[in-house]
Design a protein around this ligand. Structure first.
Ligand SMILES: Cc1cc2nc3c(=O)[nH]c(=O)nc-3n(C[C@H](O)[C@H](O)[C@H](O)COP(=O)(O)OP(=O)(O)OC[C@H]3O[C@@H](n4cnc5c(N)ncnc54)[C@H](O)[C@@H]3O)c2cc1C
Ligand code: SF4
Length: 333
């Protein structure tokens, strides 16, 4: 049995309490949410935090509420299971409900939180291994070394971003609130991700992600999240696409596609504005988005069970399927 390394534990009672502990501990502390990713990472000695600061008792970080004029606000410690089953989420933002429902399996969704899913570390077959396995190779960039076993000529770590809910929330234009002892800021979720597998997000070591805010749809909206993985349960994505369209009675006015698991951050596919403005046939829009998705995906050989070329193709296929699905349910022709 793998044991946790010796680590201190602190159960914070409020956001302020957690912030001051993080500030006092410099960079030696890590926030513990559901622990479904952090605890295995500590057991594998990928991470060795001196202190784990649990947010489990901070009731302010739980729950889902609609604030008219501001949007749907979800506390960072809300479980993925609650997110997937919430009537407001399933009605207004199905892409988020579907993404939460696709994370691992039901047990993980009960323990895992939305905040933890957004702050998920990147993954690589050379990193997510036990310490003894890793010892047989040179220490790679993500563990503080100088080499990358996947892209030897690369200048950064290419570990893959796999958190399922981030692309769905980016497609829905979500923002996040971050609080530390020093400041409070609300930023677009998309701006958090750095596309560097070693330090995948720009949240500082003393900040806590407290809340996710999804703006209310201003027009009719449809969204979905499609995921490709080895098995229909448990597995991380090998490629995925979140899609959201806004539309009125006769045409689509906005179309957002965000890919997952094909780079070190969620990848937004550029909107073919000329086609949207020109009221092009939906078939043409779908085909063009699929093509752009395939070109925007840059997977490398660091996941088990699928080759990069296949994952790139799947990014295009999932994009086309997802768009077809939302257009069909919208009734647009
Ligand atoms: C077998 C297995 C299968 C899995 N499959 C999937 C999958 O298909 N898709 C997927 O997306 N994930 C998957 N996961 C990973 C994980 O279960 C989920 O991503 C889960 O949502 C992580 O949330 P958590 O609350 O457990 O985070 P934790 O493990 O507690 O934390 C994860 C990271 O986020 C940081 N953090 C947590 N909360 C905050 C906060 N509020 N502010 C700042 N930083 C914070 C922590 O310090 C840590 O670095 C899987 C895990 C396992 C073990
Ligand atoms: S992509 Fe390269 S540097 Fe990053 S974890 Fe994998 S082997 Fe290490």
């Amino acid at each position: 049995m793998m044991r946790l390394p010796k680590t201190d534990f602190y159960a914070a009672q409020s956001v302020e309490d957690a912030c001051s502990v993080l500030a006092n501990y410099n960079s030696g502390a890590k926030i513990l949410a559901g622990g479904t990713d952090l605890v295995p990472a500590c057991k594998f000695r990928n991470l060795r935090p001196a202190l784990l600061v649990s947010l489990r008792n901070v009731s302010k970080l739980q729950g889902i509420r609609l604030h008219v004029g501001e949007g749907l606000k979800i506390g960072a410690m809300t479980s993925l299971y609650q997110v997937r089953n919430d009537p407001l989420v399933t009605k207004l933002f199905p892409a988020l409900a579907e993404a939460a429902a696709s994370v691992g399996a039901t047990q993980l969704q009960h323990m895992g939180t939305l905040g933890g899913n957004l702050c998920l570390n990147t993954r690589c077959i050379y990193y997510n291994q036990s310490e003894s396995w890793r010892k047989s190779r040179d220490v790679c960039l993500k563990m503080g070394g100088n080499v990358c076993h996947v892209v030897p000529s690369g200048k950064r770590c290419y570990a893959v971003f796999s958190g399922d809910t981030a692309p769905a929330l980016i497609a829905l234009d979500a923002q996040v609130r971050l609080i530390s002892n020093q400041q409070e800021r609300v930023v677009p979720l998309s701006s958090l991700y750095t596309c560097d597998g070693k330090n995948p997000n720009s949240i500082s070591k003393t900040e806590i992600l407290t809340e996710i805010i999804i703006p209310e749809p201003v027009s009719k909206q449809k969204s979905t999240y499609l995921k490709y993985r080895m098995r229909e349960a448990i597995d991380f994505p090998l490629a995925a696409a979140a899609v959201r369209i806004d539309y009125n009675d006769d045409r689509c006015t906005k179309c957002k596609v965000v890919l997952n698991a094909v780079d070190s951050a969620p990848v937004e596919v550029e909107e073919p504005v000329d086609l949207l403005n020109g009221n092009a046939p939906l078939d043409q829009l779908i085909a063009q988005f699929g093509e752009k998705a395939e070109k925007s995906a840059h997977p490398v050989a660091n996941t088990a069970g699928s080759q990069p070329g296949h994952r790139r193709k799947m990014a295009g296929i999932l994009t086309r399927r997802a768009l077809q699905q939302v257009f069909e349910t919208s009734g647009l022709k």
